[in-house]
Design a protein around this ligand. Structure first.
Ligand SMILES: O=P(O)(O)OC[C@@H](O)[C@@H](O)c1c[nH]c2ccccc12
Length: 378
């Protein structure tokens, strides 16, 4: 894989190229910013809506809203009502709420693990934002080494391997569905082993609370920042940490947020993997211009049920439009054997995203040849 994206990623791991900057090195905002974050954290007790995010940005940065919030203010419909109308079951709690809605008792208890994760993420982002306001992070994102072409790396790897799906190998320590995947977890070692054994790209789980991930992992071996993105702040932050791509989950984000976040990605030169699980989500995403990469998750984030037939089913139904739009499809989750890979390859995917079946083996790098039934060409 000569000048591959991944090789570049690992080369950049050295401090001279990708200087580590832990979040603790950000100046900590005090006073109003911190107070806002605290109010947002205690969402269940808040009756007034949290402040508009532009207030946190400083002069001239007013365009940095999440777009569904703007629609909420303009249309009088709450963000949760807009999301529900699109079939999104996850409700937002710590988001500017519509005056008619408040943070009621019905949002005291999450209805699913995914909803719990999103609520925790809202609190985390509010805290991180208070410590590093958006204009600082956006500045840092612009100073980061330029992003590498995620989609081109997948294309290249697939061509080199005669049409075998490119591998996005995931660094994931644990998950709510499977618990701890590995005791002896050295993310840097694992990333290097993946790279040496033919992975085209890496996916790094950065959620700390539910996946035991870390942005420090991302700094060492950047590529896809796998997190629950609910705010554009996270995209700038991921870029500032060296990520070249992010995940946008259709089960969490209304269409307008996806559109706006895609624009933010484009402005930063990043790719976005837009994840869907069912037909309704796929249809929503196919109506959005500028989507280059769609991830079909074989795992339901609602029930954790995994079925690789999901990739096949959705591609049978919408493969023609996807082809016409020249969108690359990544099959995500639950892939364990060469038969699984061949199955999704025949369904038409360009890449696979795999964590568990590699990480639960003694040597995750060597496990790649086992997964594909052959060595992948570098
Ligand atoms: O461990 P698996 O079954 O190989 O799955 C990897 C990846 O698809 C999974 O981690 C994932 C897919 N979409 C997500 C969204 C958030 C967190 C995790 C994920």
């Amino acid at each position: 894989m000569e000048a591959s994206v991944l090789a570049a990623g690992v080369a950049r791991a050295g401090p001279a190229v990708c200087s580590p900057r832990s979040s603790s090195s950000w100046p900590v905002a005090r006073g109003a910013d911190a107070a806002r974050a605290v109010r947002c954290n205690a969402a269940t007790e808040v009756s007034a809506p949290p402040p508009l995010c532009a207030l946190e940005l400083g002069p001239g940065a007013e365009m940095f809203f999440n777009s569904a919030e703007v629609v909420q203010w303009e249309s009088g419909k709450s963000v949760n009502a807009i999301a529900a109308a699109q079939g999104i079951r996850v409700r937002r709690r710590c988001r500017p709420s519509h005056p008619s809605e408040g943070v009621g008792a019905d949002r005291a208890v999450p209805r699913s693990v995914l909803e719990q994760i999103v609520w925790d993420k809202e609190v985390e982002v509010a805290q991180r934002k208070a410590a590093a306001p958006l204009h600082w992070v956006a500045d840092s994102a612009r100073r980061a080494p330029p992003p590498r072409d995620f989609a081109a790396a997948l294309h290249g790897a697939r061509d080199r391997n005669g049409g075998v799906p490119a591998l996005i190998a995931e660094v994931k320590k644990a998950s709510p569905a499977r618990g701890l995947l590995r005791d002896n977890f050295n993310p840097v070692e694992i990333a290097h082993a993946y790279e040496k054994n033919g992975a085209a790209c890496l996916s790094i789980l950065t959620d700390e609370k539910h996946f035991l991930g870390s942005f420090e992992n991302l700094e060492t071996c950047p590529l896809l920042c796998k997190d629950f993105i609910i705010d554009i702040w996270q995209i700038y932050y991921a870029r500032s940490k060296g990520a070249d791509a992010i995940l946008l989950i259709a089960a969490v984000l209304p269409d307008l947020d996806i559109k706006y976040m895609l624009r933010v990605c484009r402005s930063l030169g990043m790719a976005a993997l837009v994840e869907v699980h069912d037909e309704r989500e796929l249809d929503r995403v196919l109506k959005i211009d500028g989507v280059q990469l769609i991830g079909i998750n074989n795992r339901s984030l609602g029930t954790f049920e995994v079925d690789t037939a999901n990739t096949n089913m959705l591609l049978q139904k919408r493969g023609d439009i996807i082809k016409k739009k020249k969108i690359m499809v990544v099959s995500e989750s639950g892939l364990f054997t060469p038969d699984d890979v061949a199955y999704v390859q025949n369904a038409g995917v360009a890449a696979v995203l795999v964590a568990e079946s590699l990480l639960t083996q003694e040597d995750p790098g060597r496990a790649i040849a086992g997964l594909f039934g052959k060595e992948l060409l570098l």
